[in-house]
Design a protein around this ligand. Structure first.
Ligand code: ADP
Ligand code: MG
Length: 365
C-alpha cells in the first residue's frame, strides 16, 4: 500500500504549459477524485503518476519513493482507461492474465488471481468471452479486473464510466466504491462528472487550466467553495450566479443591490468589500423557492417536473438565468412574472476576481 505525493509537478508541451506547479499529498488508502472541465489536464496528471507521460518539473512520489524516472510497470500502479483498452482477439480471461504472464508469474498464481478478481467483479460467467461478446459494463469490469490482478498499491482510473449509459454508470459507481472499501488501496479517479466526484471521493481536487483550484472533502467544497468556478462546478443544477453591487456595508453585513431593484442581505469577511463594489451573489438552487413573497423577480421560462421536486427556471431583469426548486405545490405559469424567496443556507459572495469573500457560519470574521 502506498500514498502518492505530487511536489510542484509541471508538464509543458513546448511552450504550452499543461500542468502548472501542482502539489498534493494523497494518503495511503484514500479515494481522491480529480475533477475539472475537458482539457484542464486531468488525464495528463494521472498519466504522469502512472509513468506514461514524462515530467517537466517537480517530483512524483509513490510510497515515499521518487518515481520520476521509474518505468510504469515498476511503480506498483494499475490504470483503467475510458476505452477499456482490451485486446479484441483475447478472451476476458486471457486479457486479465496477459500482463502477469508477460512478467513470468507462475500459472497457478495467475489462475488464483483470476478467480479472486472475477469473484469480486462477478465476472465468472464471462471469462471465456471475447470483448465483442460483452456489454460495455462487462468490458469495463474486465478492464478493472485486469487492474486488480496486478495487486497494485495505487489504482488510477481515467473516466472509466464515461462510455456507459446512465443506469450502468450509477451501478458501476457503487461497484468501484465497494471495491475501494474492500481492497483498501489508494485510488485516484479522474472525471469531468461532478456527480461522480461528489459521490465517490474522500477528497476532491478541482482542476482548472492545469492548476489546482481547491482540494477538500466533497461537502466542504460544496459548502465552502473558494471561488465561483468551484461553486459552479460542483452541484447540480448549478449554483445561481447573480451580478450584484454592494449597496450598504456594516461590518460583516452587506446589502446587495441585485437585478430588478432587489435588495439581498449577505455576510462577507470584514474588510473584503466596499460600497459600490461589483460582486457576484451565489445562491444554490435548493435555497431559492418561487413564492409570492420572494425578493428576486423573474420571468418563468421552463418548469421541469422531477417527481418529488420541480425545477423552476426564470430570467431576471438583467437577463441572468436562475433555477429554483419547488417541493410540492403548483409551479408558477411559464411566461408569468414570479418572485423567488431566498431561504436559509449560505449566500455566497464572490468579488470582482470571482474569489469568495463569504463569511461562512462559524468562521472568525
Ligand atoms: P483532460 O483529461 O482534463 O481533458 P488532458 O490532460 O487530456 O485534459 O489535456 C490537457 C491539455 O493538454 C489539453 O489542452 C490538451 O490539448 C493538451 N495536450 C495533451 N496532450 C498533448 C500533446 N501531446 N501535445 C500538446 N498538447 C497536449
Ligand atoms: Mg482526459
Amino acid at each position: 500500500m502506498a500514498g502518492v505525493t505530487l511536489a510542484g509537478v509541471s508538464k509543458d508541451y513546448g511552450a504550452i504549459k499543461v500542468i502548472r506547479d501542482v502539489s498534493l499529498s494523497i494518503n495511503q488508502g484514500e479515494f481522491v477524485v480529480f475533477v475539472g472541465p475537458s482539457g484542464c489536464g486531468k488525464s495528463t496528471l494521472l498519466r504522469m503518476v502512472a509513468g506514461f507521460e514524462g515530467i517537466t518539473g517537480g517530483d512524483v512520489l509513490i510510497g515515499g519513493n521518487r518515481v520520476n524516472d521509474m518505468a510504469a510497470r515498476d511503480r506498483g500502479v494499475a490504470m483503467v482507461f475510458q476505452n477499456y483498452a482490451l485486446y479484441p482477439h483475447m478472451t476476458a480471461r486471457e486479457n486479465m492474465a496477459f500482463g502477469l504472464k508477460n512478467i513470468g508469474t507462475p500459472k497457478a498464481e495467475v489462475t488464483d488471481r483470476i478467480a479472486k478478481a472475477s469473484a469480486i467483479l462477478q465476472l465468472e460467467p464471462y471469462l471465456d468471452r471475447k470483448p465483442r461478446q460483452l456489454s460495455g459494463g462487462q468490458r469495463q469490469r474486465v478492464a478493472i479486473g485486469r487492474a486488480i490482478m496486478r495487486e497494485p498499491d495505487v489504482f488510477l482510473f481515467d473516466e472509466p464510466l464515461s462510455n456507459l449509459d446512465a443506469a450502468l454508470r450509477v451501478s458501476m459507481r457503487t461497484e468501484i466504491a465497494k471495491l475501494h472499501h474492500r481492497l483498501g488501496a489508494t485510488m485516484i479517479y479522474v472525471t469531468h462528472d461532478q456527480t461522480e466526484a461528489m459521490t465517490m471521493a474522500d477528497r476532491i481536487v478541482v482542476l482548472r487550466a492545469g492548476q489546482i483550484e481547491q482540494v477538500g472533502a466533497p461537502i466542504e467544497l460544496y459548502e465552502r467553495p473558494t471561488n465561483a468556478f468551484v461553486a459552479g462546478f460542483l452541484g447540480a443544477p448549478r449554483i445561481n450566479l447573480v451580478p450584484a453591487t454592494v449597496a450598504e456595508l456594516d461590518g460583516e453585513n452587506v446589502a446587495l443591490a441585485c437585478p430588478g431593484d432587489a435588495r439581498v442581505s449577505a455576510k462577507v469577511r470584514v474588510g473584503s468589500a466596499r460600497v459600490g463594489d461589483k460582486v457576484t451573489l451565489g445562491l444554490r438552487p435548493e435555497i431559492l423557492t418561487p413564492t409570492d413573497e420572494g425578493s428576486l423577480t423573474g420571468t418563468v421560462d421552463v418548469v421541469e417536473q422531477l417527481g418529488s421536486l420541480q425545477l423552476v427556471y426564470a430570467t431576471l431583469a438583467d437577463g441572468t438565468s436562475i433555477v429554483s426548486e419547488l417541493r410540492g405545490g403548483a409551479a408558477p405559469a411559464i411566461g408569468s412574472v414570479a418572485r423567488f424567496a431566498i431561504g436559509s443556507g449560505t449566500r455566497h459572495v464572490f468579488d470582482g476576481d470571482q474569489s469568495s469573500i463569504t463569511r461562512f457560519p462559524g468562521e472568525a470574521s
